[in-house]
Design a protein around this ligand. Structure first.
Ligand SMILES: *[C@@H]1O[C@H](CO)[C@@H](O)[C@H](O)[C@H]1NC(C)=O
Ligand SMILES: *[C@@H]1O[C@H](CO)[C@@H](O)[C@H](O)[C@H]1NC(C)=O
Ligand SMILES: *[C@@H]1O[C@H](CO)[C@@H](O)[C@H](O)[C@H]1NC(C)=O
Ligand SMILES: *[C@@H]1O[C@H](CO)[C@@H](O)[C@H](O)[C@H]1NC(C)=O
Ligand SMILES: *[C@@H]1O[C@H](CO)[C@@H](O)[C@H](O)[C@H]1NC(C)=O
Length: 238
């Protein structure tokens, strides 16, 4: 009798544990699902909303600029100080000599970069928080965002191994769709990590990898759970 009770208790504890894990995974997935898509595109939308609220024209989302913004943060991602200050000054020439070629920007279509904003933070922030807390937190950055000369915008972001996140916004006054054109019909060169606005490739930056891992883990645990459940049912039927 004692044995049976003990076994039963153990069975229930095990079951509860599994339910807790399952619920947490489902919850984590539901939370992560709200991050779906590309946070760099979300930032372009936020920038454009902020401009149109001031009756300024919307900026064209340029994948060429976005990819170069990602290159910028890739180069700078280890230069974030503990209080969120960017300590990084890539040479001007890097745009035409390194960033552009790494993205597959067609050199003859290179335009003028009329402004850039960079920011970093110890952890990942939602696009709206990254905008207001990190990128556009003072009047200087706000006037840059609202400059009338800009016609195009591109956003790149990446998470560094140390855990900090880096964002970059680039502006240009180029002709829409004819500056910073990416080769291969606008596809350009696939980037290994990070996210950039207007990308035709799925975003693999920052939190996308954890989401993928989380989904993977969910599938594994869900399968174990279902298999165990099937086994139990099977034993009952025997
Ligand atoms: C990043 O920081 C290091 C150390 O302060 C510095 O030597 C390096 O030049 C910085 N990188 C860039 C691209 O500015
Ligand atoms: C807007 O950007 C252009 C090009 O970078 C610059 O010459 C101009 O001074 C800026 N205007 C304002 C109001 O900041
Ligand atoms: C635009 O951005 C600034 C700086 O983050 C913020 O104070 C302002 O409320 C924003 N305006 C709109 C309409 O979103
Ligand atoms: C805005 O953030 C930057 C770093 O991202 C920081 O250097 C600057 O002091 C902040 N400005 C204000 C007004 O908080
Ligand atoms: C630029 O390209 C986008 C996407 O292909 C298109 O929707 C937009 O109308 C184009 N704009 C101009 C001015 O050609």
């Amino acid at each position: 009798m004692m044995m049976v009770v003990k076994k039963k208790k153990h069975y229930f504890r095990c079951c509860e544990w599994k339910w807790i894990v399952l619920c947490q995974l489902l919850l984590a997935n539901a939370v992560c699902a709200s991050h779906h898509g590309n946070p760099a595109n979300d930032l372009v939308d936020i920038i454009n909303k902020n401009r149109t609220a001031q009756k300024l024209p919307e900026l064209n989302d340029s994948p060429g600029l976005g990819c170069m913004a990602l290159q910028y943060v890739e180069l700078c991602k280890d230069n974030c100080t503990s209080n969120g200050v960017v300590n990084c000054k890539p040479p001007e020439d890097d745009f035409t000599e390194v960033f552009g070629p790494n993205c597959g920007v067609e050199l003859p279509t290179f335009g003028t970069i009329t402004g850039h904003v960079v920011g970093c933070q110890a952890k990942y922030l939602e696009p709206s928080l990254a905008f207001s807390h990190v990128l556009v937190n003072d009047s200087k950055a706000l006037s840059l965002i609202r400059n009338k000369s800009h016609t195009e915008v591109g956003v790149g972001l990446v998470g560094a191994r140390k855990g900090s996140f880096f964002w970059c916004i680039l502006f240009s006054d180029g002709q829409t769709n004819s500056t910073f054109v990416l080769e291969d019909n606008g596809e350009g060169i696939k980037q290994k990590t990070g996210c950039f606005s207007g990308s035709t490739f799925p975003c693999s930056g920052g939190h996308r990898i954890p989401v993928f891992l989380n989904n993977f883990m969910t599938m594994v645990l869900l399968n174990i759970f279902l298999l165990q459940h099937l086994y139990q049912t099977w034993f009952v039927m025997m």
